[in-house]
Design a protein around this ligand. Structure first.
Ligand code: PAF
Length: 326
């Protein structure tokens, strides 16, 4: 090799060493449940689609099982820009966008098709858009299912059976009002404290959909499951607004596509656990009863005073337009 060629080769090596490498942007994705839950499968799909659409521009780090803290803390992390993304229940969302609480009203939806149509329609999408005003960006509504009551004290058939029951609720004023009206003794509590509180007898029970009861194996700490279906439990794929604003249009489109696919994955998981979950929990030893239409009506009647408050907060027109949505 001539001196000139050697010099050029050395210079080329230096240039190659000095060439900027395009660093992947890390997406920290936190959620309260395990990797094999409805949140876990949605998170996996979300990552898959973003990576397929954007190549190596992003790397994902998953924090399942409340690895980044309770849902409220994680959402605050998104606002600060220290966490990029989360999948959360509606538990604390009304603390950030109060209108979200309307979906937490018990006996609002008559089934999955009704709830999904409202969330995917104008009302749901309008509320999703409001997260942009509070340092967040709502990408899509996901879902957990209809919530049911589990407890260690007694089987539940009538409102009298929940009298004084120490039941954990989410940190959600709408749920709290309903259980107070029923005559229970509700305690709002962040999810990471729930299992130990059940084990120690600090609370008698809790309420969550089959997706949660099965994936968390609540049968290990709860004896009775009452299929009350008292309230629909939506979930949301949220990203940090500072993170969102740093994305270009193509990247935003990729995240939107990924969120739609992730929400579909979550709903498919819920559909499946809705058909298999009760048998699984019976096999694991839970005592299960389902409220009849008449029994459900008695529970609905027992929370009339809470409804007066809901109408005041959300407006009867909005509540009625959801109930009557076709
Ligand atoms: O009950 C709750 O707080 C939520 O449903 C849970 C289990 C954290 C999932 O988001």
């Amino acid at each position: 090799m001539t001196y000139q060629i050697r010099t050029l080769a050395a210079a080329g090596a230096l240039i190659a060493l000095a060439a900027p490498t395009f660093a992947e942007t890390e997406v920290k994705l936190g959620y309260a449940l395990a990797a094999d839950s409805h949140y876990g499968v949605a998170a996996k799909k979300f990552e898959e689609v973003v990576l397929a659409e954007t190549g190596d521009q992003f790397s994902f780090t998953h924090f399942p099982s409340s690895g980044l803290g309770g849902e409220r803390e994680v959402i605050e992390g998104l606002q600060l820009g220290t966490i990029e993304a989360t999948i959360v229940s509606s538990g604390t969302l009304a603390n950030f966008v109060p209108e979200t609480g309307v979906f937490d009203i018990p006996f609002l939806f008559n089934g999955f098709d009704h709830a999904r149509a409202v969330l995917d329609g104008e009302i749901g999408q309008g509320i999703l858009a409001q997260f942009d005003n509070v340092g967040l960006h709502g990408l899509a509504w996901g879902e957990q299912g209809f919530r049911h009551i589990t407890n260690n004290r007694n089987a539940i058939h009538t409102p009298a059976d929940v009298a004084g029951l120490k039941i954990r609720t989410m940190e959600n004023p709408v749920h709290l009002a309903a259980f107070n009206a029923m005559g229970a003794a509700p305690t709002p509590m962040a999810w990471p404290e729930v299992i130990s509180s059940l084990q120690q007898g600090v609370i008698d029970g809790q309420e969550n959909p089959l997706s949660v009861i099965v994936s968390v194996k609540l049968n290990e700490v709860q004896k009775y499951l009452t299929l009350s279906g008292h309230v629909y439990s939506p979930a949301m794929l949220l990203v940090s607004k500072p993170f969102w604003e740093g994305l270009d249009d193509a990247q935003k489109a990729a995240f939107e596509k990924a969120a739609t696919a992730a929400a579909a994955e979550m709903r498919a998981y819920v559909d499946n656990v809705e058909t298999t979950g009760v048998a699984t929990l019976k096999e694991r030893g839970m005592e299960v009863n389902e409220l009849s239409g008449e029994e459900k009506a008695a529970f609905q009647g027992s929370i009339q005073s809470a409804y007066d408050g809901y109408y005041k907060t959300y407006g009867q027109e909005l509540v009625d337009s959801i109930v009557n949505f076709k």
